[in-house]
Design a protein around this ligand. Structure first.
Ligand SMILES: Cc1cc2nc3c(=O)[nH]c(=O)nc-3n(C[C@H](O)[C@H](O)[C@H](O)COP(=O)(O)OP(=O)(O)OC[C@H]3O[C@@H](n4cnc5c(N)ncnc54)[C@H](O)[C@@H]3O)c2cc1C
Ligand code: SF4
Length: 472
């Protein structure tokens, strides 16, 4: 523990954002990092509690008090080594993790939590700048071959772990570049894509072969991968979006969020959009249906494209302004949160359902909405109309896409339609086929995908070699 009285003397002080009026002019990241001295002081607030609840709050079990102490004592290189011992990609989580660790911080019971996510991000950003992050190729090869389908955070974490264990790893991705939702879902203003590119370079040097632009189940049969490899890991995410099956749904101008967001990420990357209709929010009244991360990303993207207005509808009631920490700590509390995108100028409305869409000449012009009660039933007499030229459906994802690879393999699915496997062996109903990330657990978070990728790598290494030294 760096400074025994740190938590008494020093107030929480976190990263700030560039003003909204500046940041909405481009798609660049806008978080302003803390100075080194500030970071060391913030790390000194960590109490190194007897039971560090942040360990369990963090899905990859980052050793938070240890690296807080190292940062306080200015040993950044050792802090980076420690951080990478539990998290393959802290620069991803340091940018886009909702930080359940901070909800679980003991200081959060009656004070403000340690700025854990900010310190994590600073450690890894510094490590890249200093050249401390280098490829770690294995000392010897095992002669075993593993195929992984899906290059999101789960697939990437598993691939890195398995390559470092000496296996010959082949990572298949249907899109033109690796990264999964980090690349094509999450906008650049939340995480610029060069962070993924340099990890790909590192992983290639460690022995991972990326096969991008290969749709398994379409361009190559899953059975072929299964037959030609010693193990096959499925990390294809949860890609089936929840739809809104109401009158007028087939009007033009109503799109799934994941038809809209990837286009903008491709524009930023200078890539070809292909043979698809441009979906743009400029000069339009935009309505986003769904109040989560995806909805926020639609808001920030629409505002940057020059939308005339953005309204976000949520069927759930507005949560309380503040949580009752005595009841919720150390768990993730339900409370009103305003994302950076929502703060850029979106109107938010709660307890609202869309009864139908109306339009002219085949194009959407408005939504017919109604308020709902606590059982989500429409309340008579509360009908209202909302103008819209573009409607973005961001109501989450129900399960992985079964058509193609999963149907071909015939792996068992659970009652929610996710690929069935437990969290010890990560093995599907087929002998040498494994699964992890959103494809197994359903729509979740990047940090959970990294955890599952690491744990699946542990299980696969054990399956192939009889024992493993990879951490779980
Ligand atoms: C818009 C949006 C914003 C989000 N924001 C956040 C956030 O801020 N913070 C956070 O923690 N989480 C966020 N999430 C959730 C997070 O991105 C996911 O939980 C995480 O990416 C899941 O990782 P994964 O590796 O399991 O799957 P994915 O990231 O979905 O990757 C799966 C990959 O598999 C590929 N694939 C699928 N099938 C095949 C096939 N048959 N052949 C070849 N390739 C295939 C897909 O193309 C994809 O690249 C967000 C999600 C969305 C949609
Ligand atoms: S990965 Fe997320 S939960 Fe874990 S320490 Fe970082 S911000 Fe916290």
């Amino acid at each position: 523990m760096g400074k025994v009285t740190g938590f008494i003397e020093i107030e929480r002080h976190d990263r700030t954002y560039k003003p909204a009026s500046d940041r909405i002019r481009n798609f660049e990241e806008f978080v302003i990092p803390l100075e080194e001295r500030d970071l060391e002081r913030q790390a000194a607030r960590c109490m190194d509690c007897g039971i560090p609840f942040c360990h369990n709050g963090c899905p990859v079990n980052n050793q938070i008090p240890d690296w807080n102490d190292l940062v306080y004592n200015a040993d950044w290189e050792e802090a980076s080594r420690n951080l990478h011992s539990t998290n393959n990609f802290p620069e991803f989580t340091g940018r886009i993790c909702p930080a359940p660790c901070e909800a679980a911080c003991t200081l959060n019971i009656d004070d403000n939590p340690v700025t854990i996510k900010t310190i994590e991000c600073a450690i890894v950003d510094r490590a890249w700048e200093e050249g401390w992050i280098v490829p770690q190729p294995p000392a010897s090869k095992t002669g075993k071959k593993v195929a992984i389908v899906g290059s999101g955070p789960a697939g990437m974490a598993a691939a890195q772990q398995l390559a470092r264990a000496g296996h010959d790893v082949h990572l298949y991705e249907k899109h033109e570049t690796a990264g999964g939702l980090l690349r094509f879902g999450i906008p650049d203003f939340k995480m610029e894509k060069h962070h993924i590119d340099r990890r790909v370079v590192q992983m290639e040097a460690e022995g991972v072969t990326f096969h991008c632009g290969v749709h398994v189940g379409v361009d190559v049969q899953a059975a072929e991968l299964e037959a030609n490899h010693d193990a096959l890991l499925l990390t294809g995410g949860s890609e089936k979006p929840r739809d809104l099956d109401v009158e007028g749904r087939d009007l033009d101008g109503i799109h799934f969020a994941m038809d809209f967001l990837p286009q903008q990420n491709r524009r930023v990357a200078g890539s070809n959009l292909g043979d698809v209709e441009d979906i743009l929010a400029g000069q339009k009244h935009v309505v986003v249906i769904g109040g989560g991360d995806t909805g926020s990303d639609c808001i920030g993207t629409s505002i940057r494209q020059g939308a005339l207005s953005v309204t976000q509808l949520e069927i759930m009631p507005a949560p309380p302004e503040k949580e009752n920490k005595g009841l919720t700590w150390p768990h993730w509390p339900l409370k009103m949160r305003t994302s950076s995108s929502q703060a850029e100028g979106a109107e938010r409305d709660f307890s609202v359902t869309t009864m139908s869409f109306g339009g002219e000449n085949g194009h959407v012009t408005h939504l017919n909405c109604q308020r709902v009660d606590e059982k989500f039933q429409p309340v008579p007499g509360t009908e209202f109309e909302l103008k819209a030229d573009l409607v973005l459906l961001a109501m989450g994802f129900v399960h992985p896409v079964a058509e193609g690879m999963l149907n071909e393999l015939g792996v068992d699915l659970d009652e929610r339609g996710n690929v069935k496997a437990d969290t010890r062996e990560y093995r599907t109903s087929r002998e040498k086929v494994f699964t992890a990330g959103d494809m197994r657990r359903g729509q979740s978070l990047v940090v959970w995908a990294i955890r599952e990728g690491r744990q699946a790598a542990h299980a696969i290494d054990k399956f192939l070699m009889g024992s493993t030294e990879l951490p779980r």
